[in-house]
Design a protein around this ligand. Structure first.
Ligand SMILES: [Mg+2]
Length: 209
């Protein structure tokens, strides 16, 4: 797994609420669409602030879209709100442990994540992370924009898989309008001025490649 930290909140002087790591050769994705993924409820079951490797249960339906993206040269980009950090429920060390565990679980299935972005800001959190409506926190598009800055990816042809309306609002804010969900209560949602419809996850893989 060759990703490198761009911003690690544990570094002195780093942005304390933002985790960013990217494939060493992220520039090779310039001009490519991305497969954007929320984490909890999309890659792994949302068990309620999963913060330890033993909390992670991989959702197998996401594996095929990831593998297709890997095979065709699209970056797979995780964009995850982690308000539990702001709330003091867990720390970035725990987030790193979970990420490493997810990487290992995906590797056994022949799947790989190319960028991981996590936002720890949350209005009801503890200082210095108690920032309301932070531009990096979904439904704002900051994490998508940052991924685009690091790779030069093509938002217009990119896909987003989420399990909450805020995932799709954030994607739309960055110009990602192909929206998919494994969650029954999201399928059929219409968002934004173009009234883009959220479609079943099963339809995503055929659009990749
Ligand atoms: Mg989620």
């Amino acid at each position: 797994m060759s990703r490198r930290a761009i911003n690690d909140p544990r570094w002195p002087g780093a942005d304390p609420g933002l985790w960013i790591e990217a494939a060493e050769d992220a520039v090779r994705f310039a001009g490519r669409p991305a497969l954007f993924l929320d984490r909890d409820g999309v890659i792994n079951e949302d068990t309620g602030y999963p913060s330890r490797p033993e909390h992670i249960r991989i959702l197998e339906d996401i594996i095929e879209p990831i593998r297709r993206a890997n095979a065709t040269g699209w970056p797979v980009v995780v964009v995850t709100n982690q308000s539990g950090v702001a709330q003091g429920l867990f720390g970035w060390d725990d987030f790193a442990d979970v990420t490493a565990h997810i990487d290992a679980e995906l590797a056994t299935r022949g799947a790989r994540l190319d960028l991981v972005l996590g936002c720890g800001y949350y209005g009801q959190g503890r200082p210095p992370l108690d920032v309301a409506d932070h531009p990096m926190r979904k439904p704002n598009p900051g994490m998508f924009v940052e991924a685009g800055r690091l790779t030069g990816l093509d938002f217009g042809r990119s896909l987003m898989v989420g399990d909450r309306e805020s995932d799709f609002q954030a994607a739309m804010g960055a110009g990602v309008s192909k929206l998919f969900s494994p969650a029954a209560d999201c399928i059929g949602l219409r968002l934004g001025p173009l009234a883009e419809v959220v479609r079943p996850l099963a339809e995503a893989a055929e659009l990749i490649g």
